[in-house]
Design a protein around this ligand. Structure first.
Ligand SMILES: NC(=O)c1ccc[n+]([C@@H]2O[C@H](COP(=O)([O-])OP(=O)(O)OC[C@H]3O[C@@H](n4cnc5c(N)ncnc54)[C@H](OP(=O)(O)O)[C@@H]3O)[C@@H](O)[C@H]2O)c1
Length: 238
């Protein structure tokens, strides 16, 4: 699909799935805004894409910091009329193995919630006006299989799992709020992917992990159901 003239904003764009999605959307013709926690990482990532002739711009935003999100939104609203694709990809799973609800580190719980859930929520909040100006906008919220409530519980990471279940509620809630607009909202489980987070034993290559989010960003609107949780291009149970 040709994305010429479209704009995309991706958080956590300097490495892993965020970098790969930036490269893919830019190679399809979009102007990609790469929002990264550290300005120098954003500049490095953008120069890699620029060296391949791709259209990308560096933005700084630590999604744990609401003031950074406000500044990013003010900056982009000053220069853009609309935004077509927002990908809330930034995420952490820094909880040690063996963490239980009983022994949980509350500071770490708050950090993971603030990055994975509050960060995604506030990015949505501050970019809804620009997204509403697009004739066909998409918000893609990165969730995880560990968020699912309809299957036996997987994994030992309580804060991460709870944060990603919250992301799914954000998708569900916001899709309803935006149902009369041109903005569609999705959650995505990329699968278990070989990134810094997924580790070397993960099942999927990065190119496979970005397949569904890129499809959600680019498929014809009539093929997609807003307010759903997707994996492998199919709707997944919550
Ligand atoms: N890999 C998997 O198997 C898997 C499975 C299910 C879901 N996911 C989800 O997919 C998304 C991407 O994961 P990944 O595998 O690509 O992870 P990754 O390789 O660890 O990359 C994470 C990215 O998020 C950024 N980030 C972390 N905290 C941030 C903050 N406060 N503000 C802005 N950016 C921040 C990191 O930036 P820095 O470089 O500055 O730290 C990095 O760019 C995450 O939401 C993750 O939960 C991944």
């Amino acid at each position: 699909m040709e994305l010429k003239g479209k704009t995309a904003l991706i958080t956590g764009a300097n490495r892993g799935l965020g970098f790969a999605m930036s490269e893919k959307l830019a190679s399809m013709g979009a102007r990609v805004f790469m929002a990264c926690r550290k300005k120098e990482d954003a500049e490095k990532a953008v120069s890699l894409l620029a060296s391949r002739g791709l259209d990308a711009a560096a933005k700084q935003a630590d999604v744990e910091n609401p003031a950074d999100i406000e500044a990013l939104s003010a900056d982009m609203s000053g220069s853009l009329k609309s935004l077509d694709i927002l990908i809330n990809n930034a995420g952490v799973n820094s909880e040690p193995m063996g963490t239980t609800i009983e022994n949980i580190d509350l500071k770490l719980f708050e950090k993971i919630m603030n990055i994975n859930l509050r960060g995604a929520l506030y990015m949505c909040s501050k970019f809804i006006p620009l997204l509403k100006n697009s004739p066909d906008a998409r918000i893609i919220n990165f969730s995880s299989g560990l968020a699912q409530l309809s299957v036996p519980r997987m994994g030992p990471f309580p804060s991460y799992s709870i944060s990603k279940t919250g992301v799914n509620q954000l998708t569900w809630f916001l899709a309803e709020e935006l149902k009369e607009t041109n903005v569609k909202v999705f959650s995505v489980d990329p699968g278990w992917v070989k990134t810094d987070m997924g580790g070397p034993n993960a099942m999927l290559e990065i190119s496979e992990g970005i397949d569904t989010p890129i499809w959600l960003a680019t498929a014809p609107a009539e093929d997609l159901k807003s307010g759903c949780f997707y994996k492998e291009r199919k709707v997944l149970g919550w």
